[in-house]
Design a protein around this ligand. Structure first.
Ligand code: FMN
Length: 436
């Protein structure tokens, strides 16, 4: 038996379910909607809230920004960094993870930003390390197209090493605050790093205090590599990996692969927590949950939103394919892992069915009452071997109603079964991830 397991939630600083019956109004830009969400999650003892980010308005679906802007998909959105600071300030135990791309930030800026956020969050900050997967994002940063995946991850290896050195450029105990000698910092404990790599060069030291999470000083690392090269990076680096899979079997295979890779890097595989996306559809009765799921996934709007989202993260125009046919085999320099999970190669399913499956990420038994779904989550975790789930709304956007269903319905049902935590044992995100 693999219990208990961990919980996180995948969300972005974007429009809430603005035109649904439980709308919060569609203008969450002062952060209050997400502060309320984080507080509800902390009461439910989630490990972390994970703030997604990409750096463009897509036009991959149908060669136009129409669907993206009309349905507010992947934009407009706010920058995750200031939201992470706000959430850290309004919570006291839960982890706060924000996505920053190695393509977009010079490493020095990233290291400083993460160190600052980890202090604001009191040692509960995590960096979701992404290399970006869209040509349109690359074009916002002076490139014509994305470098190939292999190069992106080679650069990311060096990038993370540089950041680690910057975070350690202040020895523990460098801040002495000695009134007698009027000394705030002992300069002998702060060192330039003189980093010279293949891609990056940086003198150091960091000009802010190091991250609060120590030994070694760094934020928690989250990653989502799906390709073999991405998995290699994730298995070597991450404290927590977030992943998509199209079946319980695929989840187990992914986790086993990550654990094997981590061991080859000399890591204890138990220190790499793999969280799988799950999108439960919840209601007071199974019948009403199923009714809602069917009605939602049958609409044309749902199909367009789903295909536009998948187009955006793969740079493949899914408007060109027939909904009632199987997909041809496809590859991408973008999110190959997400494409594979969506397409379920060899399943013989039509594109229409794949869209429907995506609402619950292909996991059966996730549409029902909180008790039913809690039982199913326990079964799935037992089969997979651990470590946790990453909740993501099946309705593309988050509403107060859905937050309530998860935090006040599903999680208490999990807790009654001893499946998820009922308190935080440790003060930092990295320690809480390792607690079980
Ligand atoms: C659950 C999940 C969340 C992700 N979040 C982001 C994100 O916020 N920003 C981003 O640019 N990429 C994100 N990605 C993409 C990954 O960083 C990665 O590129 C993708 O899984 C494909 O793997 P690969 O890079 O090894 O091909 C996410 C992927 C998954 C599965």
């Amino acid at each position: 038996m693999t219990r208990p397991f961990h919980l996180a939630w995948f969300v972005n600083f974007a429009v809430d379910e603005w035109n649904g019956p439980f709308s919060a109004g569609g203008t969450p830009w002062n952060g209050e909607f997400y502060i309320d969400m984080a507080k509800a999650m902390e009461r439910a003892c989630f490990d972390y809230i994970m703030l997604e980010d990409t750096l463009m308005i897509s036009d991959s679906y149908g060669g136009s920004m129409d669907a993206y802007l009309k349905y507010a998909l992947m934009g407009p959105k706010g920058d995750p960094a200031p939201l992470a600071a706000l959430l850290g300030n309004h919570t006291s135990k839960m982890g706060v993870v924000a996505t920053f791309s190695t393509m977009a930030y010079p490493p020095y800026m990233l290291a400083r930003l993460c160190a600052t956020l980890d202090n604001i969050c009191g040692g509960r900050f995590g960096w979701n390390i992404v290399t970006s997967g869209e040509n349109l994002a690359a074009q916002n940063f002076g490139m014509d197209e994305l470098p190939p995946r292999q190069d992106r991850y080679d650069m990311a290896d060096e990038y993370v090493e540089l950041c680690r050195q910057l975070w350690m450029s202040w020895e523990p105990g460098a801040i002495v605050k000695d009134h007698a000698t009027d000394t705030y910092v002992d300069y002998t404990k702060v060192h330039p790093i003189h980093f010279k790599g293949r891609y990056y060069k940086c003198r150091g030291p960091l000009n802010c205090v190091p991250p609060k999470q120590g030994n070694p000083q760094r934020p928690a690392f989250v990653q989502a590599g799906g390709s073999p090269r991405g998995r290699q990076f994730a298995a070597q680096t991450a404290d927590s990996i977030i992943a998509v899979a199209s079946s319980v079997k695929a989840m187990k295979a992914y986790r086993d692969d990550i654990r094997e890779r981590a061991e080859k890097f000399g890591r204890d595989p138990d220190e790499v927590k793999v969280f799988f996306i799950a999108s439960p559809v919840l209601a007071e009765t199974e019948a009403s949950a199923k009714r809602r799921f069917e009605a939602y996934t049958a609409s044309i709007e749902y199909q367009v939103k789903t295909l536009a989202s998948v187009s955006s993260i793969t740079d493949i125009d899914f408007s060109q394919f027939d909904l009632d046919e199987e997909l041809p085999h496809l590859t991408t320099n973008g999110e190959q892992g997400s494409l594979d999970a969506f397409a379920q190669w060899g399943s013989g399913k039509t594109l229409r069915q794949l869209c429907k499956d995506r609402a619950t990420r292909g996991l059966d038994g996730f549409v029902g009452t909180p008790d039913q779904v809690a039982d199913r989550m326990g079964e799935v975790m037992d089969e997979v071997g651990g470590d946790g789930f990453l909740i993501s709304s099946p309705f593309q956007k988050v509403s107060r109603e859905y937050i309530l269903q998860v935090c006040e319905g599903l999680v208490p049902a999990l807790q009654r079964r001893g499946l998820t935590r009922t308190s935080y044992a440790e003060p930092t995100l990295r320690e809480n991830l390792k607690a079980f």
